[in-house]
Design a protein around this ligand. Structure first.
Ligand code: NAD
Ligand code: DAU
Length: 332
């Protein structure tokens, strides 16, 4: 039994991970989260108070981070500014949280010699052509496109440098696009589901040909727990579930599952510098650590996600108007 510090645990993937940890282990959890626009305490509702403690605070607050790291056994670091479109509009918070915040955590982990797992993204590798037979592996060169992915790439490099220079006990994982409950309505899948639930049309950037490699967030959680327990210190693991789909296909599936006509969507202004395709080869994680995804069927995972948004309008409705106002101001 251990005490785990989860940064960003009120966000989408972090909150799903906290639910996973509490359900699958005996560990105690302290969540450190600044509750930015993307954090929502309601995502942690129902968890046992004797197992989960919430601390509102910033990962760049060195004194707070030092104390929390000293009081816990391991850190799983999800906190980030996570949305590409926001990073194109205002990159500064991405540098502050993703770079300075990660640096602050690394220094505390170094001082107190704690296990550290860094959550990162496949976007650090840039993008692939649609017909490229290759997928990203742990040895693909870094080539980030957006301010978001550049700051995540920078944070990965900091972790690697702290492992090599200071010998900290760290691992890194780079995962593909997650879907599932508790995802903010600014992101692609929840935006389209909640548009249709509100009688509005899904919005596809550009031609909608871009491909993302979808993984259920529960599979991301099980992979992170596997790496935390059995990962080799200093190693990077790619996490993916062979879920490549074009954005157009995903919108078509959402419309079909919600009983709407197949062409009831709009094409809108494309994202600047829009990455074309991501694709993950997760062989290392599967062969070396024995991990496998459990949510292989994207259509049934998506249907369950749609049901979650249908049943939890009070969770997403407060953020929906602001997200749509932002997109409308960009012609999206
Ligand atoms: P999210 O935006 O839903 O949640 C981020 C959380 O971090 C929020 O609760 C927010 O309040 C918190 N936070 C932001 N700045 C903070 C700060 N300075 N101090 C403390 N807390 C702060 O993000 P997400 O989609 O859950 O992503 C979580 C992590 O997973 C990120 O590191 C992201 O890069 C990575 N990731 C995401 C995906 C995906 O598909 N969403 C895929 C691969 C990797
Ligand atoms: O690959 C992992 C990354 O996945 C994570 O690191 C990021 O934190 C996460 O946000 C996600 O990044 P994307 O940019 O791929 O996700 P997003 O949900 O913003 O968009 C998915 C795709 O859908 C992308 O090709 C852009 C497109 N899109 C997005 C929105 C919001 C649309 O076509 N219409 C939309 O309204």
């Amino acid at each position: 039994m251990a005490h785990i510090l989860v940064t960003g645990g009120a966000g989408f993937i972090g909150s799903n991970f906290v639910h996973h940890l509490v359900g699958r282990t005996e560990h105690r959890v302290t969540v450190l989260d600044a509750l930015t626009y993307a954090g929502n305490l309601a995502s942690l509702a129902g968890l046992p108070a004797e197992r989960v403690t919430f601390v509102k605070g910033d990962i760049s607050d060195a004194a707070l981070v030092d104390r929390l790291v000293s009081e816990t056994d391991a850190v799983v670091h999800f906190a980030a500014e996570s949305h590409n479109d926001n990073s194109l509009h205002d990159p500064r918070p991405f540098l502050q949280t993703n770079i300075v915040g990660t640096f602050t955590l690394l220094e505390a982990v170094r001082r107190h010699d704690r296990r550290f797992h860094h959550i990162s993204t496949d976007e650090v590798y840039g993008d692939l052509e649609l017909d490229d037979p290759r997928r990203f592996t742990e040895s693909t060169p870094y080539n980030p496109s957006s301010p978001y992915s550049a700051t995540k790439a920078g944070s990965d490099m900091l972790v690697r440098a702290w492992v090599r220079s200071f010998g900290i006990q760290a691992t890194i994982s780079n995962c593909s696009n997650n879907y599932g409950p508790y995802q903010h309505v600014e992101k692609f899948i929840p935006r389209q589901i909640t548009n249709v639930l509100r009688g509005q049309r899904p919005k596809l950037y550009g031609r909608g040909e871009n491909v993302r490699d979808w993984i259920h967030t529960e599979d991301h959680s099980s992979a992170v727990l596997t790496i935390l327990e059995n990962g080799v210190i200093g190693e990077t693991y790619l996490i993916g579930a062979d879920g490549e789909r074009s954005n157009m296909d995903v919108v078509g599936l959402i419309l079909r599952l919600l009983g709407e006509p197949a062409d009831a969507y709009d094409h809108v202004v494309d994202r600047a510098g829009h990455d074309l395709r991501y694709a993950i080869d997760s062989s290392k994680l599967r062969t070396e650590l024995g991990w496998a995804p459990a949510f292989g069927d994207f259509e049934s995972g998506l249907a369950a996600t749609i049901e979650w948004y249908r049943e939890n309008e009070s969770w997403w409705a407060p953020a929906k108007d602001a997200a749509e106002r932002f997109y409308a101001s960009k012609g999206q």
